[in-house]
Design a binder for this molecule. Structure first.
Ligand code: ASP
Ligand code: MG
Length: 581
């Protein structure tokens, strides 16, 4: 007999009829010979309704009382679903998070699951009862027994954590869409439903997929190898499989990593090629990387920083053995541009799903490296990774410092072996971003740490960060520029935080542009496969779209473009990678 965990979201239990439909589906799953644990969200928008009630009474309600309030939503839906199952003649029992023993830390409104006691669930399963468990909630057992919630959208996390703890055969997340699409189907109607996606890709596509599947749930699935499927509660379509490699066995206590960063990675034998002052117009990156791809060279990190006047800097890394060919290609495409190379660099990275939306993680990396007196040559960030390029001789020191700083036991070499996954699985457009650029920052170690520390102190989450390649002399000191993106709503706050900083640090200017969009391609198969980025840039060039910034991780390439061109760019790129259904 297989054990299946099913989770139904708010819309799937939004009415009496929907609850009855869920009961029938659960009953069918049992009839096929499965044991079933069901996790449900609160009905429809009832959590929002509760939040609004609280707001009418207090502008800053106590987090403890908020948890007391919001946890009631799920208590309603579990009881009703259990009753609906009884009506179908199905033995069932509803349990709150506390009754199950979903033990969390004591952080109200954003608690993390420490462990799940499974004895009571096992007892009911032996009696052939269906368990109906309240999602999104748990209990902290540290002092008094306090009801906690996991944060909005947390029922996915409850479901996957239960599946991991019970070693379920499968965790099925039922929602109101058919699964995960190659891009947002509301923007691109030809978007195709994905048959499968890896957990890592899913995390990098957070701006596309987070509404369908909570990143914390994906992280648990990845860490414990939980087979996960996202599917519609309105149809019998097979949905999307979210797959992971079989992970190393790990303890079920401390289940949700409470740390933002759970890995430190590195890669050596890399070389850097930087082109200083290429023209700021469509087609430049496309021409460069088309030639590099034609030579069969795989490019790793690519960054393009903001333009000064009307020129850009583009820098990228390749294996040291490919440096000569890459340099020759760059000089061939841009004979009149200054090309600088460095044959001995290393890439150090911090990795972790917990850094999504958590300010200060990148800042800590920069200050750790600064404290070790290591100069950062390139920075590139993605949803779940921050990569810094440093001189190779500092690699060991950097790894030791980062492991210490983030309390990570061991560092690992970034996997760069070719694989069978498609090079591009999905395309995400994020137009809710603004770009800030800080010009003329003194080129001394510790500046990135200061800047992103100041933003973190103001609770501002930074998205893509890019440091320019070029040094300019001002009053006898070398300076650089750093650009980054933040959520549009945080742009002004970020600017004033930096204006404060400018009182003590000598900066030239702080520029803000909120009419930008970030377009990203994500695919586990782009690792060690030349030409993927080139195709992306070429598609944009053919559409006459100018690239303002580029940042990459191993499985993601992001371009910042003008917001007004976002939708068109998304369509073109989605098409170029033949993702249409
Ligand atoms: N009801 C909670 C919310 O709306 C949890 C969930 O639905 O996942 O955030
Ligand atoms: Mg949800």
């Amino acid at each position: 007999m297989a054990l299946i965990v099913q989770k139904y979201g708010g819309t799937s239990v939004g009415s009496v009829e929907r609850i009855q439909a869920v009961a029938r589906r659960v009953r069918k799953t049992v009839a096929k010979g499965n044991a079933v644990v069901v996790v449900v969200s609160a009905m429809g928008n009832s959590t929002d309704t509760l939040v609004n009630l609280a707001k009418q009474i207090s502008s800053s309600p106590s987090p403890r009382e908020m948890d007391m309030l919001l946890s009631t939503g799920e208590q309603v839906s579990i009881a009703l679903l259990s009753m609906a199952l009884h009506e179908l003649g199905q033995a069932a029992i509803s349990l709150t998070g506390a009754q199950v023993g979903i033990v969390t830390d004591a952080e109200h409104s954003r608690a993390r699951i420490l462990k799940i006691k499974t004895e009571r669930i096992q007892r009911h399963l032996e009696l052939e009862e269906v368990l109906v468990v309240a999602g999104f909630q748990g209990i902290s057992t540290r002092d008094d027994r306090e009801i906690t919630t996991l944060g909005r959208g947390g029922s996915d996390t409850s479901a996957v954590a239960l599946a991991a703890s019970l070693q379920a055969q499968e965790c099925q997340i039922y929602t109101d869409v058919d699964g995960i699409f190659t891009t947002d189907p509301r923007l691109v109607p030809s978007a195709r439903l994905m048959e499968s996606i890896t957990c890592d890709e899913m995390l990098e596509l957070a701006s596309l997929g987070a509404k369908v599947l909570h990143p914390r749930a994906v992280e648990i699935a990845r860490n414990y190898g939980v087979p996960l499927t996202v599917l519609s509660s309105y149809s019998d379509a097979p949905g999307t499989h979210v797959v992971s490699q079989v992970p190393k066995p790990r303890s079920l206590t401390g289940l949700e990593i409470t740390k933002a960063v759970d890995g430190v990675e590195f890669q050596r034998n890399l070389a850097k090629v930087a082109l200083l002052g290429v023209a700021d117009r469509p087609g430049v990156a496309a021409n460069l990387f088309r030639e590099i791809a034609r030579q069969g060279i795989d490019v790793d990190l690519i960054i393009q920083s903001i333009h000064e006047g009307n020129s850009n800097d583009i820098a990228f890394t390749v294996l040291t053995e490919d440096l000569d060919k890459a340099e020759a290609a760059a000089r061939k495409v841009f004979p009149e541009v200054e090309v600088k190379v460095d044959p001995a660099i290393a890439k150090v990275e911090i990795v972790g799903a917990g850094m999504i939306g958590r300010p200060g993680v990148a800042a800590q990396m920069f200050s750790t490296l600064a404290a070790a007196r290591i100069n950062i040559q390139m920075i590139s960030t993605s949803e779940v990774k921050v990569s810094c390029v440093i001189h190779e001789q500092y690699c060991d020191g950097a790894l030791a410092a980062l492991c210490r700083g983030y309390a990570v036991h061991n560092y690992t070499e970034t996997t760069t072996a070719p694989n069978e996954y498609p090079p591009v699985r999905g395309v995400a457009l994020d137009h809710n971003q603004a770009r800030l650029a800080i010009l003329g920052i003194p080129d001394i170690s510790g500046m990135a740490a200061k800047i992103f520390g100041a933003l973190a102190d103001n609770k501002i989450s930074v998205d893509t960060i890019i440091q320019s390649q070029r040094c300019r002399a001002r009053d006898g000191i070398d300076t650089r520029d750093i650009a980054f993106t933040v959520a549009q709503g945080h742009a002004q706050m970020a600017k004033s935080a930096l204006a404060d900083l400018a009182k003590t640090v000598d900066l030239e200017a702080i520029l803000i542009d909120d009419s930008i969009a970030k377009l990203s391609i994500v695919g586990a198969g782009m690792v060690a496969k030349p030409g993927v980025a080139a195709r992306f840039f070429a598609a944009l060039a053919e559409g006459g779209i100018n690239i303002q910034m580029i940042a990459t991780s191993e499985i993601k390439v992001s371009c910042v473009i003008a917001e007004s061109e976002g939708k068109k760019a998304l369509e073109i790129v989605h098409d170029a990678f033949e993702l249409c259904g």
